[in-house]
Design a protein around this ligand. Structure first.
Ligand code: GLN
Length: 304
């Protein structure tokens, strides 16, 4: 028997005492004013047991974690045609890197870097009747929580500072890999990044990645094969130029965001989320990565 609550408590207590908690993102005020001492962890076992510690019920900006939800939605609508417009290789570069995109003729390396996520956003703007509303409803449904919303002030700040995202979208447009107007696609993208969720909500929403595409409400959203592929992309690309390090240290598919959240999972077994807003140099949560490394080491549970 694994003592999950004991392990989570020990990890949380030890890491909270650490002096170096990383640095909160400073490019928008909504992120730069978050308290660096916040730290929450939530664990859902697939059989329904759940355990949490710290600030697991405080909503935070999910930012790039939203990219796996848009990917799931676009993949389930388009099927394998999706891969004509975006590749599945790790980029080895920061999330907003641009030069590879030009070199590779407007086909983003993968759907979890910004350029790839912007192509996915373009697909959803084309395919959904009311893109922002429909996507938010999807998130509410898989979380089983109606209170989730876009943070309009965050979305506005993202727009005001999103010069590199505009550059990426324009580059995609010049290569004919964007069908809708840049402004419409980025409006959707900035909104998806602005969604606020708690560790607990995020762990609930991630259930379908650990359960072959079936959410906690027992609704099928995707095929097992598509989920296998999304999990593979999370493992190889979910942490930008630190994906190798995360696989090496933690050994789980997962996704990070510059709001300091990380969501990860072990198929058929659990989903786990951490939130600590201080980031390391690569833009991933410093304590979150350490917490997950300790969790998989102490429990002996990982995909390897
Ligand atoms: N909104 C951020 C951006 O597009 C998201 C980046 C992230 O979480 N890595 O730059």
């Amino acid at each position: 028997m694994i003592d999950y609550p004991g392990i989570l408590k020990e990890i949380h207590t030890n890491l909270k005492q650490q002096n170096n908690k990383g640095k909160v993102a400073t490019y928008i005020k909504e992120l730069s004013t978050v308290d660096v001492d916040k730290f929450g962890i939530h664990l859902n076992l697939i059989d329904g047991q759940n355990y949490s510690v710290g600030d697991y019920e405080t909503p935070f900006s999910i930012q790039s974690i939203s990219k796996v939800f848009t990917l799931l939605k676009a993949f389930s609508i388009l099927g394998n045609d999706l891969w004509k417009r975006v590749d599945v290789e790790p980029s080895g570069n920061p999330f907003n890197h641009l030069s590879l995109l030009e070199l590779e003729n407007g086909i983003p390396r993968n759907p979890l870097i910004n350029s790839g996520a912007i192509v996915i956003a373009d697909i959803l703007v084309s395919q959904l009747d009311n893109p922002k509303q429909d996507f938010l409803n999807f998130i509410k449904h898989i979380t089983n929580d109606d209170s989730i919303h876009y943070d309009e002030s965050t979305a506005r700040s993202e727009r005001e500072t999103g010069f590199k995202n505009y550059a990426a979208a324009n580059l995609l447009k010049s290569f004919n890999n964007l069908n809708n107007p840049v402004e419409d696609v980025l409006d959707f993208y900035f909104h998806q990044c602005s969604i606020k969720m708690t560790c607990k909500q995020l762990a609930n929403a991630f259930h379908l990645f650990a359960n072959h595409g079936i959410c906690q409400q027992n609704i099928v959203h995707s095929t097992p094969s598509q989920i296998k592929r999304i999990n593979a992309i999370m493992l190889t690309c979910g942490f930008y130029d630190e994906a190798g390090e995360f696989a090496f240290e933690v050994g789980l598919p997962g996704k990070s965001g510059v709001g300091g959240g990380i969501a990860a999972l072990l198929p058929n077994k659990f989903t786990i989320t951490t939130w600590s807003p201080g980031l390391n140099k690569k833009g991933n949560s410093l304590l979150g990565m350490q917490a997950l490394e300790q969790f998989t080491t102490k429990t002996g549970l990982s995909v390897f």
